[in-house]
Design a protein around this ligand. Structure first.
Ligand code: NAI
Ligand code: ISE
Length: 339
C-alpha cells in the first residue's frame, strides 16, 4: 500500500488536551501537520491556530472537518460532544483519534459502534493512552510470555492532586476510572462482568459533597478481580500504579523511581503533578502510532468496541456508586470486525 503524504489533521477542542496535542503534532510527531482547529470558544481556537502556519480556526467542528487539506481528525472536546463529531467524521469517511471517553454512556457509544459498522471498516482509535506507556507496555509483554502464570488479581491506584471545580462523584468513575476499565480489559484480556463501588468517608480535602476517594472492584469473565483506589484530591501528586498478582509471581509498575536522590539525611524522588507529565511519552507514542497507521491506510490501537465496553463498565460503576451493591455489566455481542 502506498503511504499518504503528510497527514492534514483537524483538531476539535483546543482546551488543555487539544492544545497540547496541537503542539505535539506540530513539534514532536513526524508525518502530520495541523491544518484546522475548532473550539466553541472562538478566541481559544484562534489563539491555538495562530501557533501553526496556515492553520484555520473555526467554532463549528463540521466546518473544520470540511476545511481544505483535512485528511484526519483528532477529537479533544469534552466527552458529551464526541458523538456528534465522530458521526460527522464518518460522513466524510475520515480517520479519527478520539480522546477518552469515546462517549459518556453505553447507549451513545453503541450508536457510534453501529455507525462505524455501517461504514464497513474501522475508522477510530480511542485515546486510551496508557496502552502506549512504556511501563504498561512492559507489563503487558511480561504477562504475554506466560512466565508469571494466570493473572488472579490486579491492584490499581489512581491519584490526582486536586479535582477541577466541575468534577462530580460519578466523574471519578466515568472520567478517571475509565482508564482502569480499559487497562483491566487490555492487560488481562478479559471482559469486565460486574462492578462494586465502596465509599470510605470522604477526605476533608475533597470539595463539599464529592465522594472522594472511592474503591472500585471489577469482576472479569476470566475469574479475576481488579480493584481501583481512585482518589482525585490526594494533594501530593499524580500517581498511577498497577500490580498484577499471578499464580507464579507478581509484577508492578508506577512507582516512579526513575531517579532516587540521597541528600541531607533523606532519600527519595519526585512525584509527577499531572497526567501531561506522567504520560507524556505515552501521548507522544499514541499520536505517532495513529499518524503512521493512518498514513499506511490502517487503523490500529483501542477500538470503538474498547470505547463501548469501557463506557458500559463505567455506566455500571456509576449505578453501583449511586445505589450501592454490585451491578452487572451488560454488553451486546461483540461484532466480528472487533474480534
Ligand atoms: N487521555 C488523558 O489522559 C486525558 C484525556 N482527557 C480527555 O480529553 C478531552 C478534553 O479534555 P480537556 O482538554 O481536559 O478539557 P478542556 O475543558 O480543557 O477542553 C475542552 C475544550 O473543548 C471545547 N469544546 C466544548 N464543546 C465543544 C464542541 N462541541 N466542539 C468543539 N469544542 C468544544 C471547550 O471550549 C474547551 O476549549 C476529554 O474527552 C477528556 O476526557 C482529559 C485529560 C486527560
Ligand atoms: O483522563 C484523565 C482526566 O480526564 C481524569 O480526570 C484524570 O483523573 C485522569 O488521571 C486523566 O488521565
Amino acid at each position: 500500500m502506498t503511504e499518504r503524504a503528510t497527514l492534514g489533521v483537524a483538531v476539535i477542542g483546543t482546551g488543555r488536551m487539544g492544545a497540547d496535542h496541537v503542539r505535539r503534532l506540530h513539534e514532536v510527531t513526524s508525518g502530520a501537520r495541523v491544518v484546522a482547529v475548532a473550539d466553541v470558544d472562538a478566541e481559544r481556537a484562534k489563539a491555538v491556530a495562530a501557533r501553526v502556519d496556515g492553520c484555520t480556526a473555526h467554532t463549528d467542528p463540521a466546518a473544520a472537518l470540511a476545511a481544505a487539506d483535512v485528511d484526519a481528525v483528532l477529537i479533544a472536546s469534552p466527552g458529551p460532544a464526541h458523538e456528534a463529531t465522530l458521526l460527522a467524521a464518518f460522513e466524510r469517511d475520515l480517520p479519527v483519534l478520539c480522546e477518552k471517553p469515546l462517549t459518556p454512556d453505553a447507549a451513545s457509544a453503541l450508536r457510534v459502534l453501529e455507525a462505524e459498522l455501517r461504514l464497513g471498516h474501522r475508522r477510530v482509535q480511542v485515546g486510551f493512552m496508557r496502552r502506549y506507556d512504556p511501563e504498561y507496555a512492559k507489563l503487558k509483554a511480561l504477562l504475554a510470555t506466560g512466565q508469571l502464570g494466570r493473572p488472579l488479581m490486579l491492584h490499581n491506584r489512581h491519584r490526582n492532586v486536586a479535582s477541577p471545580p466541575f468534577f462530580t462523584s460519578s466523574m471519578l468513575i466515568s472520567d478517571s476510572v475509565a482508564h482502569e476499565a480499559d487497562v483491566t480489559r487490555w492487560l488481562l484480556g478479559h471482559e469486565i462482568t460486574a462492578v462494586t463501588v465502596l465509599r470510605p468517608a470522604p477526605s476533608a480535602n475533597a470539595p463539599d459533597g464529592l465522594r472522594d476517594p472511592q474503591f472500585v472492584v471489577f469482576e472479569t469473565d476470566g475469574g479475576a478481580l481488579s480493584d481501583v483506589e481512585i482518589f482525585v484530591n490526594c494533594g501530593f501528586g499524580y500517581q498511577v500504579q498497577a500490580e498484577v498478582v499471578c499464580e507464579r509471581g507478581t509484577a508492578r509498575i508506577g512507582d516512579g523511581h526513575a531517579l532516587v536522590t540521597n541528600m541531607a539525611g533523606r532519600w527519595g524522588g519526585t512525584i509527577a503533578q499531572d497526567w501531561t507529565e506522567r504520560f507524556e511519552t505515552a501521548y507522544d507514542r499514541q499520536i505517532q502510532t495513529w499518524v503512521d497507521a493512518t498514513r499506511r491506510g490502517e487503523v490500529t490501537g483501542p477500538s470503538v468496541w474498547d470505547g463501548y465496553a469501557a463506557a458500559a463498565v463505567c455506566e455500571a460503576g456509576v449505578r453501583a456508586l449511586e445505589d450501592g451493591g454490585r451491578v452487572e455489566v451488560e454488553l451486546v455481542e461483540r461484532p466480528a470486525p472487533y474480534a
